[in-house]
Write a protein that binds this ligand. Structure first.
Ligand SMILES: Nc1ncnc2c1ncn2[C@@H]1O[C@H](COP(=O)(O)OP(=O)(O)OP(=O)(O)O)[C@@H](O)[C@H]1O
Length: 607
């Protein structure tokens, strides 16, 4: 035998009223929403009246706070006694769904639970209502419905002359603040400020001319001033620019305000979303793609669906398509700005370059903007990638800021253009350039290849330097480095430490082996055996006068200290990591040179 579920009314009321909503403040929104929907239903009824002559009238909703109670009066459709039983007293039943159970797009409500939110602030809800529907014998009588949080209700005859509904709440202990006049004005403005009804709280008008982006203005500058003021009011900032938004499928329109200061790309893009001009929430996430973190939107949508708690948008295909279209709109704005107003574009990029770079990783148009507009650090100073490629068809890049600092002067001096790809997204952007320019051939710089651009010294000099080179090699042999002499610019640089990626990898392995225990050092040793036997180079600059003087030294001890000092200085200059052995050598060479410098020759008198 089939049986029906049993329902614990008190439990359901408690669950829906207390746990569905994150704040009791929503009680006013739900009451307002019912009053507005009742007005919509009344307008539909009037429109369908047999005389067909009733002009569309603006619904009126009055909220009163006096006498220890809150009253919401509407002049909407009202309810018959039968409907009161069916709709008010049946949880989950709503008049706002069609025969198939789908939400009807002209109403704000749909779930049939909103009224229960009044139990967040009151133990009892009183509804006095009179239906506007025609009836035999001159209309329906008024009824009073009184519902208790315990899950019981009472229906009785009431006095009311005009069709419409009045909902009365008396605050339960602790909830009176939520029904204080100032709070009610504030809540009504927040949730209902844009509603297409005449809404008042204790006689104070709450609704005005509706969404400011839809209003008529004498000229575009006037519109912009009004929208700037609106942005200051809702978000507290003066927008860099204002972008109009339209997504017809979602019945959406609104504005995106471009932030006037930089924000981290991880900042939550919180937007103000209205659904049929009732505020859904002030901090809705996920309305725009993540990359559009530099705008804050205010939108009103007719077709997007709320979650049952009405605090977020329901994730469905329509929301997904809407998000894509809004992203597309922001992208178009950027492309247009680049084409029509270069100086504003530069100003925008100074603020939001991280976001634009993030976009460029997936979007060719954005990549073109980055290529043409964003300045990168290069060996020829700050320059756009586009310009740099034009000047250096065979340009190279490095992936680390330190590596760039280390190599840009040397590489620039050899005529090898170098771009710093060390900042966030830069390397990925450089590597994606062929997507928009098949001729873009930027290769990653292998530092050791720089030596191929250095001049070799002539054979005579080379021969003369042999003994020195052998001594110099002995001085740094233990440090795993190879000494070579070359002719290169800049002249001011006595020595350069160049290490290839493979050599760096090998050095790291060596270091790990020194620190690791026996077991691991065997494993690391096996790994090291497979790495190529390429060694870092200490390249002495034969053009540099100091390097020349050192190469001419004959005192073997002094050669050792001087070469080790050059080695240490090259490491420091290039921001290379110092291993314990490097620090020791630096220390020793410094003290050795100091000792040599302050060394006083033995006076002749003592001889
Ligand atoms: N002020 C009112 N005037 C006329 N009918 C009302 C009024 N308030 C509530 N009702 C009726 O009571 C029903 C239930 O209201 P309730 O607020 O619980 O749910 P809803 O508005 O249908 O949906 P939601 O849960 O999404 O708000 C409504 O569908 C409506 O028919």
């Amino acid at each position: 035998m089939e049986q029906a579920f049993q329902v614990d009314l008190r439990g359901v009321v408690d669950l829906l009223s207390r746990h569905l909503y994150s704040s009791p403040r929503v009680y006013l929104r739900e009451l307002l929403q019912n009053a507005v929907d009742a007005g919509t239903a009344r307008a539909a009824l009037d429109g369908a009246s047999p005389d067909g002559a009733s002009p569309a009238r603006r619904a009126r909703v009055r909220i009163e706070t006096g006498g220890g109670a809150l009253r919401v009066h509407d002049d909407g459709i009202g309810l018959t006694e039968d409907e009161v039983h069916r709709l008010l007293a049946t949880i989950g039943r709503s008049s706002k769904r069609d025969e198939l159970g789908f939400a009807r797009s002209d109403f704000l409500g749909q779930f049939g639970i909103g009224l229960l939110s009044a139990f967040l602030v009151a133990d009892e809800i009183e509804v006095v209502t009179r239906s506007a529907r025609p009836a035999d014998g001159g209309g329906h009588p008024a009824v009073r419905w009184t519902g208790h949080a315990s899950g019981h209700y009472r229906v009785e005859p009431a006095e009311r002359a005009e069709p419409g509904t009045t909902v009365t709440l008396r605050p339960r202990p602790g909830a009176s603040d939520l029904m204080a006049p100032a709070t009610v004005v504030d809540l009504a403005r927040t949730y209902g400020g844009l509603l297409p009804v005449d809404l008042t709280v204790d006689g104070t008008p709450i609704t005005g001319d509706g969404p400011p982006w839809r209003a008529a203005y004498p000229d575009p500058a006037g519109r912009r001033r009004a929208l700037d003021a609106y942005c200051r009011e809702v978000f507290g900032f003066e927008p860099f620019d204002v972008i109009d938004l339209h997504v017809p499928e979602a019945g959406l329109d609104g504005v995106a305000f471009v932030l006037p200061q930089a924000v981290p790309p991880t900042a939550r893009g919180a937007h103000r979303v209205y659904l049929r001009r009732m505020l859904l929430a002030e901090n809705v996430e996920g309305l725009l793609p993540d990359w559009a973190f530099f705008v804050r939107c205010v939108v009103d949508a007719g077709e997007l669906r709320p979650t049952a708690g009405r605090e977020a948008l329901f994730e469905d295909e329509l929301l997904d398509a809407t998000r894509r279209q809004l992203g597309e709109r922001v992208r178009q704005w950027l492309v247009a700005l680049a084409e029509t107003d270069p100086s504003r574009m530069r100003a925008f990029l100074r603020l939001h370059q991280l976001g634009v770079k993030a976009m460029a990783l997936h979007d060719d148009d954005m990549l073109r903007i980055v290529d043409r507009w964003l300045e990168f650090e290069t060996s020829a100073g700050p320059m756009t990638l586009n310009e740099f490629r034009r000047r250096h068809p065979d340009a190279r890049y490095v992936t680390g800021v330190d590596e760039f600092r280390r190599l840009s002067a040397v590489s620039g001096a050899q005529g090898v253009g170098l771009v710093n790809g060390g900042y966030v997204h830069d390397t990925e952007i450089i590597e994606r350039l062929p997507a928009i320019d098949p001729d873009a051939r930027m290769r990653r710089l292998e530092p050791a290849e720089l030596t191929t651009h250095f001049g070799v010294v002539d054979p005579d000099t080379e021969l003369r330097l042999r003994p020195f080179l052998a001594a110099a090699q002995r001085a740094v042999e233990r440090l795993g480095c190879e000494v070579v002499v070359r002719d290169f610019d800049p002249v001011s640089l006595p020595a350069l430490y160049l290490t290839s990626r493979a050599a760096r990898h090998r050095a790291e392995l060596e270091e790990a082996r020194e620190l690791a225990g026996d077991l691991w050092s065997d494993v690391l040793g096996a790994l090291g055996a497979t790495a190529p036997a390429e060694r870092p180079q200490l390249v002495l600059n034969h053009r540099n006068p100091l390097a020349r003087r050192i190469a001419a030294l004959t005192d073997a001890d002094l050669v050792e200290v001087a070469v080790q000092a050059l080695y240490g200085q090259a490491l420091l200059l290039g921001h290379h990591p110092l291993r314990p052995a490097d620090s020791a050598v630096l220390n020793r060479s410094f003290l050795g040179l100091l000792d040599w410098a302050v060394h006083t020759p033995t006076p002749e008198a003592d001889l």
